[in-house]
Design a protein around this ligand. Structure first.
Ligand code: ATP
Ligand code: MG
Length: 445
């Protein structure tokens, strides 16, 4: 029989990786809590109309990338390609906005039918924040600072923040017609994709990766020249906020985000470690979306970071600096203690001992092989535990367990560093295991 495989672009996360993911997720949670963000969890499957209306029919995501199907009740359903539209839908559905502004965060899998490559999958994962009902330019700077500080705390370097303003819908209307008439005169020089976008989504042409189109765009009219004075001063205030927070940035007038709902601030954080898929985090202001989905006019801003790309950056940082913060973060957690046991009585006692230690809160690995002590000790060393607890027939007879500092954790530990501890009252032993330090010999030796 042929071995079944996961679908193309759908990736398993194995235990070695999930421990890294958990470390990132738990750090992100801490940051969200400090920044006053509360978690929201929405379904992965939504009615297709949500994304068609929310993201925009003319975008790549909706036009080309969605997993859409009819369910058994003949409704058109879509696996969410991003989180923002769902979060806004949920906030509206449950009247969250009536309770005032909302600082929300989410995480989970997203689905886009794209060509898989490094840092680009069909099921991928995002962590994101959505701040609904926040107006001021300070909020823009603040939400960017949240992403920046989280990434810095992960210990990754080589990050760059690019920022732009897309102005108001009116500004973009003015710009759109200027850009289109300029491009129409040069239509033959555009790549096929961009020619098509000319009628559907001309601003996205600015974002084209096609070399010849990029070259042409060097001389194209800039959005900045079409911005109203208030849009410009708002943008200046955001940049001022970033200056005040000492967050370095580059203004990139060509940065337009792929989704329709953005206006004013748009930004991306890129890494020099990622090659073509360089964007780790993208976000911006989307003041029109809540209204577009049937709510009252509600200004909002958010970002999403791609977990897979973040992990690639983190692993690169860990390799570059094995004693740095990123390396500590990606390191797999070791058990507190490895239990070496051999002989029938000893193994029975070990079974009970392990459970008692776990109930006391310790991470315990029990060797279940029954093999020679030498082999078990090798595995104990490899486990990374600070201590081994050893029970053989002789210890079982005396109802004691032998505590041994492991070389992997304390390289200068010698064989003399062994002590017997009574199995009749475990609390002194638990104390030792919890502190992780071998005490001076007291009980036997
Ligand atoms: P790109 O230009 O790389 O396609 P995007 O603009 O489509 O990115 P967003 O919709 O802004 O991406 O999503 C935010 C982040 O999610 C991206 O910066 C990236 O880190 C991640 N991301 C997006 N699509 C994928 C994917 N197919 N696989 C892995 N990560 C992704
Ligand atoms: Mg994309």
């Amino acid at each position: 029989m042929t071995q079944l495989q996961s679908l193309r672009g759908m990736v398993d996360l194995l235990p070695e990786q999930t421990c890294r993911w958990q470390a990132v997720e738990s750090l992100a949670r801490q940051h969200f809590q400090r920044w006053g963000c509360r978690e929201i969890r929405t379904p992965m499957l939504e009615v297709t109309e949500l994304f068609a209306r929310g993201i925009g029919e003319a975008t790549d995501v909706v036009g080309k990338e969605m997993y859409t199907f009819q369910d058994r009740g003949d409704r058109s359903c879509t696996l969410r390609p991003e989180g923002t539209a769902s979060v806004v839908r949920a906030a509206l559905q449950h009247g969250l906005l009536a309770q005032g502004s909302q600082r929300l965060w989410y995480s989970g899998p997203m689905f886009r039918y794209e060509r898989p490559q490094a840092g680009r999958q069909r099921q991928f994962h995002q962590i994101g924040v959505e701040w609904l009902g926040v107006t001021s330019a300070f909020s823009d700077a603040e939400v960017i600072a949240l992403a920046w500080d989280l990434l810095a705390d992960l210990g990754v370097d080589g990050l760059a923040l690019e920022i732009n303003t897309l102005g108001t819908p009116e500004d973009r209307q003015v710009y759109r017609s200027r850009l289109v008439s300029w491009l129409e005169q040069r239509q033959d020089l555009l790549d096929a994709d961009s020619q098509q976008r000319l009628s559907t989504n001309p601003l996205r042409i600015l974002d084209s990766k096609h070399p010849q189109t990029r070259e042409l765009l060097q001389d194209a009219p800039m959005l900045e020249q079409s911005l109203a004075a208030e849009s410009l001063s708002r943008h200046q205030a955001v940049l001022q906020g970033l200056d005040d927070l000492s967050i370095p940035y580059a203004v990139n007038p060509r940065l337009v985000r792929g989704l329709d709902y953005y206006g004013h601030t748009a930004f991306e954080i890129t890494s020099d470690q990622l090659g073509a898929q360089a964007t780790v985090c993208g976000g911006g202001r989307y003041d029109g979306l809540v209204q577009q989905l049937g709510g009252a006019t509600t200004p909002a801003i958010g970002w999403a970071l791609g977990m897979e790309r973040l992990l690639l950056v983190l692993e690169a940082a860990a390799t570059a600096n094995p004693s740095g913060r990123a390396a500590r973060l990606v390191k797999e957690a070791s058990p507190d203690v490895y239990v070496v046991n051999r002989g029938e009585q000893a193994q029975r006692q070990a079974l009970v001992l392990c459970r008692q230690l776990r109930r006391a809160g310790l991470a315990v690995q029990r060797d279940e092989s029954g093999s020679a002590f030498g082999k078990q000790f090798k595995r104990a060393d490899r486990s990374g535990a600070a201590f081994a607890l050893v029970i053989g027939d002789e210890e079982a007879e005396r109802r004691v367990v032998r505590l041994k500092a492991l070389k992997s954790a304390s390289p200068d530990a010698g064989d003399e560093q062994q002590q017997d501890w009574s199995l009749n009252d475990l609390s002194p032993l638990v104390d030792v295991l919890q502190t992780g330090v071998m005490p001076d010999p007291v009980v036997g030796t």
